[in-house]
Design a protein around this ligand. Structure first.
Ligand code: IPE
Ligand code: IPE
Ligand code: MG
Length: 260
């Protein structure tokens, strides 16, 4: 069984995953319509991306639209789609110039063709970059991700290329949409709710969770710094004891699961 790396210098998360929640309440507090909150949320996205680039974080995954958000009033869904298109149009070139690789995860066939084209264009433009991986989860659901990975394996079994006993958690994980990236080290949810809301269910198995009451449009550099400080203060044990982890850290070598 593979063991997540425990590295002594892992004070900075390689992968940060964020549920950007609280735009609507931010607007309500100001007697503004909800779209104003979503617009302010885009500013917060820009600021957070800049922070990740400055700090050398490798992957930033942002939950922009869940597979359940279609349940919202149609005007709000349309506004969110328009904002998505406008942000891609406005920001892609700058992201590209900053070496950012953009990837959108989720069931994108549900989007209007125009949005699907914009997404494909932005991904193609930035595909060869070597800087921050910026992952936007849109019409994404953790259960969908596990289902689509299972479907891939089922097809292989049906075609005789895989035996059912070869289905392991590693093989299933290799078919998830973020299989090529490190799993999230730090999960942040703004807006005060303490739930996962069908975000990266599989990948969050050993992620450090951080919840803040701060609403997404108010999530600034200081707030991000607080989340990173909280992460840095934690001991990640991955099933080992605290003493084992301290020994591993002193030896500065990754743990060997066969030598316990
Ligand atoms: C998060 O903010 C943005 C999306 C879900 C698209 P909300 O719109 O959920 O804000 P609240 O939770 O209503 O305050
Ligand atoms: C989660 O927020 C989804 C996104 C931030 C895109 P929601 O506001 O939709 O979550 P619930 O409904 O409160 O769980
Ligand atoms: Mg919400």
């Amino acid at each position: 069984m593979s063991v997540p790396p425990v590295s002594p210098d892992s004070r900075l998360p390689r992968h940060v995953a964020i549920i950007m929640d609280g735009n609507g309440r931010w607007a309500k507090q100001r007697y503004l319509p909800r779209p104003a909150g979503h617009r302010a949320g885009v500013t917060s996205v820009r600021r957070t991306v800049e922070q990740c680039i400055a700090k050398g974080i490798e992957v930033l995954t942002l939950f922009a639209f869940s597979s359940e958000n279609w349940r919202r009033p149609p005007q709000e869904v349309s506004l969110l789609m328009e904002l998505f298109i406008a942000s891609l149009e406005r920001e892609t070139r700058k992201l590209h110039e900053n070496g950012v690789r953009l990837r959108v995860i989720g069931e994108r066939t549900a989007f209007a063709p125009r949005l699907q084209d914009k997404i494909a264009e932005a991904e193609a433009m930035t595909a060869a970059n070597r800087g921050l991986h910026l992952v936007i989860a849109a019409n994404y659901g953790g259960r969908w991700d596990i289902a689509q990975a299972s479907r891939q394996l089922a097809i292989e079994v049906a075609e005789g290329r895989l035996r059912p006993d070869e289905i392991t958690s590693e093989r299933l994980a290799s078919r998830l949409v973020l299989a090529d990236l490190p799993e999230p080290d730090l999960f942040i949810r703004t807006g005060g709710e303490q739930r996962i809301s069908n975000f990266l269910l599989w990948q969050l198995a050993y992620t450090e969770l951080y919840f803040t009451p701060r609403l997404w449009p108010d999530f600034d550099e200081t707030a991000f710094g607080e989340a990173l400080a909280s992460f840095a203060s934690r001991q990640r044990r991955f099933g080992y004891t605290g003493d084992q982890i301290e020994q591993i850290t002193q030896r500065q070598v990754p743990p060997d699961p066969t030598q316990t």
